[in-house]
Write a protein that binds this ligand. Structure first.
Ligand code: M6R
Length: 614
């Protein structure tokens, strides 16, 4: 939610900041703006709409050349996405400019206080009060760093703030609480941003900031303090991916590129996690075997696509370990007073590691003394930092707002966790675990096979351009796949889509079926507890009522043929691992249908990549 960038160095600040915003636009695209320090004044521009609008404005009315600046791309929370509410916001005398990501929860009281002191606010945002307060401190004699420290001690809520002072062109100051901020360490230049993608083309050396820290960057120095001004330190790290990973590589959309990266992402996520005999080693886990042996319940918490990965995980973890496993939406979790003990393992799944709902859920769990394990794709993000243990997925940066390779690698991490628990607790024989590990190893090939068949799915998507509603049915581990297929379609194609457990259909949803309604049916492999046959009965029932059945079934499953209007073949696999291949055509379908409908696939309306507000 909102992307922010700050730069001090020798290059054109406008160029660095705008390019940084381009790489952060996935975080929000309601409006964008920049503020630069030039000859003792703040200059800048800000425009409603996508970054392209700002680009156009800057091309028509260029800003002067400067080497210090900040920028913002917005996902609106307070106030409509118009020019006035766009960031940066300035103090009344234009001495400081501020960009903000998050929500200042006490802004109403602060605004009232400022208005009583004669300040006039021009926007409806919660952010503008920070610019006024900051400027008041600077005009009172504080330098920008001390002014930021003072400001932060007055704010409630979640925020990353980045500010410049017209009279102090050599520094940019930033602060964070419950919202992402990372520093890029360059040579003769430094950066701050919501995400390393903003400065990856300039440096891969980064500094991760802790909670409630203020950072001051100049061209040659990075200084970190706590909000009270006491010296502190960030954690230095090297980013293990480069600019090419943050570019589209000839694909029309990041999302499509990310779908096609999945075989590589799965391979990377398995790398180094087992020996030649299939024995798992999760060295990074930071939890001892005895702690894992004591776990008597697992609660998986997450949102959106990550939640669906958790639903798949439940089937695998319970089957392999016999540990009861609950899966709960993070925003519901803490409000129902969940039963958590020291022996509960809470698993938080988050691609971004910044989802506020998930973060609040793990804080609640830790307050109850449960151990928290994060499954996360973003090094240095808040959720793994605040967890007791972490399994990093190795998807590489996911930029498309719709999660694809993020989901895929979350599944891999969940399978690894389940198998590792089974190994530690001896609930499966070593050979059984090795067999599943072998099967996981073959998954990149299976996924590639699905990608090689993309044209079939694209043709289908084109033929369904006019569909008003699409249903998705699955059973067992295929049920969350159905939910995920429906979510992808909702968020990208903006058409009604629902996922159902196929067995539930006759309890109500079958009433939705009408002539020619497309229904995706994810068929479990034959042979498991009659699931396959029951699924086929379900398909017959909807077909008899006019549904157009799009059947996703494994190779050699001839029984489905008479009931499939369209048949998409997936490679054979066990029921538990089937989601890895089965989800791919659903991703391709949503991507292509949104494309033919003329939608922006990477930046769907009303959404943002990481939801850093509750
Ligand atoms: O970064 P996270 O994995 O915590 O994000 C969770 C959801 O917001 C995310 O999966 C969302 O549902 C995606 N847009 C789905 O494609």
């Amino acid at each position: 939610m909102c992307g922010i960038v700050g730069y001090v160095g020798e290059k054109s600040a406008e160029q660095v900041v705008v390019e940084g915003l381009r790489r952060l636009e996935y975080r929000g695209y309601d409006s964008a703006g920049v503020a630069l320090v030039h000859e003792g004044a703040i200059v800048g521009d800000k425009r409603a709409g996508k970054l392209a609008n700002l680009d156009k404005a800057l091309a028509e009315t260029p800003l002067p050349a400067t080497t210090t600046g900040i920028g913002h791309t917005r996902w609106a929370t307070h106030g409509a996405p118009n020019d006035v509410n766009a960031h940066p916001h300035r103090g009344p005398e234009s001495r400081v400019a501020v960009v903000h990501n998050g929500i200042i929860e006490n802004f109403v009281a602060l605004r009232k206080e400022l208005e009583q002191d004669g300040h006039t606010m021009v926007s409806e945002t919660d952010t503008e009060v920070t610019a006024h307060l900051l400027e008041r401190a600077v005009l009172g004699g504080a330098d920008l760093t001390s002014a930021m420290q003072q400001l932060c001690s007055r704010l409630d809520g979640a925020f990353t703030l980045v500010a410049v002072d017209a009279a102090d062109p050599a520094r940019v100051v930033a602060a964070r609480r419950n919202s992402p901020l990372v520093v890029g360490r360059g040579e003769g230049e430094n950066f701050v941003a919501s995400d390393v993608a903003a400065f990856i083309e300039h440096t891969r050396d980064a500094v991760e900031l802790g909670q409630d820290q203020v950072v001051t960057i100049t061209a040659d120095d990075i200084t970190v303090t706590d909000f009270d001004g006491s010296p502190s330190k960030g954690l230095e790290y090297h980013v293990d991916w480069d600019l090419s990973a943050a570019e589209k590589d000839g694909f029309d959309w990041f999302m499509r590129k990310e779908i096609f990266e999945q075989p590589r992402a799965v391979r990377d996520s398995l790398l180094g996690r087992h020996d030649d005999n299939g024995r798992l080693q999760l060295d990074e886990l930071r939890m001892s075997e005895s702690e894992l042996r004591n776990v008597d319940k697992i609660v998986i918490t997450a949102c959106g696509t990550a939640f669906y990965a958790g639903l798949v995980a439940k089937y695998a973890i319970e089957h392999w370990t016999r540990i009861p496993c609950e899966v709960e939406l993070a925003h519901e979790f803490r409000y129902r007073d969940p039963i958590l003990t020291r022996d509960t393992l809470v698993v938080a799944i988050s691609q971004s590691g910044e989802t506020a709902d998930t973060l609040m859920a793990i804080r609640h769990a830790r307050e109850q003394r449960s151990k928290v394990l994060a499954i996360c794709n973003t090094n240095g993000s808040t959720i793994p930092r605040e967890s007791d243990a972490v399994i990093y997925t190795h998807a590489g940066p996911e930029i498309g707002v719709a999660s694809t390779k993020g989901f895929m690698t979350q599944l891999i991490a969940c399978y690894l966790l389940g198998l590792y628990l089974a190994q530690v607790r001896d609930t499966k024989y070593a050979e059984e675990i090795a067999t599943v590990v072998d099967e996981l190893q073959s998954m990149p090939e299976n996924i590639q096979q699905m990608l090689d068949n993309a044209d079939q799915v694209y043709d289908l998507a084109r033929s369904l351009e006019g569909a008003r509603s699409v249903l998705f049915l699955g059973r067992h581990a295929g049920f969350p796949v159905a939910l995920e297929g429906a979510l992808k379609l909702k968020e990208l194609a903006y058409i009604h889509a629902e996922g159902f457990a196929a067995g539930e259909l006759k309890h109500g949803p079958i009433a939705l079926i009408e002539q020619d309604m497309p229904v995706f049916c994810i068929v479990p492999p034959p042979g498991r507890d009659f699931l396959h046959d029951k699924m086929i009965s379900g398909i017959q029932e909807i077909r008899a009522r006019g549904a157009r059945t799009i059947v996703v079934a494994e190779e050699g499953d001839d029984a489905v043929e008479p009931y499939a209007d369209v048949l998409i073949r997936i490679p054979r696999s066990s029921t538990l691992l089937q989601p890895l291949a089965a989800v791919v055509p659903l991703q391709l379908f949503a991507c292509e249908l949104a494309t033919v409908k003329g939608h922006d696939v990477d930046q769907p309306r009303n959404l943002a990549k990481s939801v850093t507000v509750e």
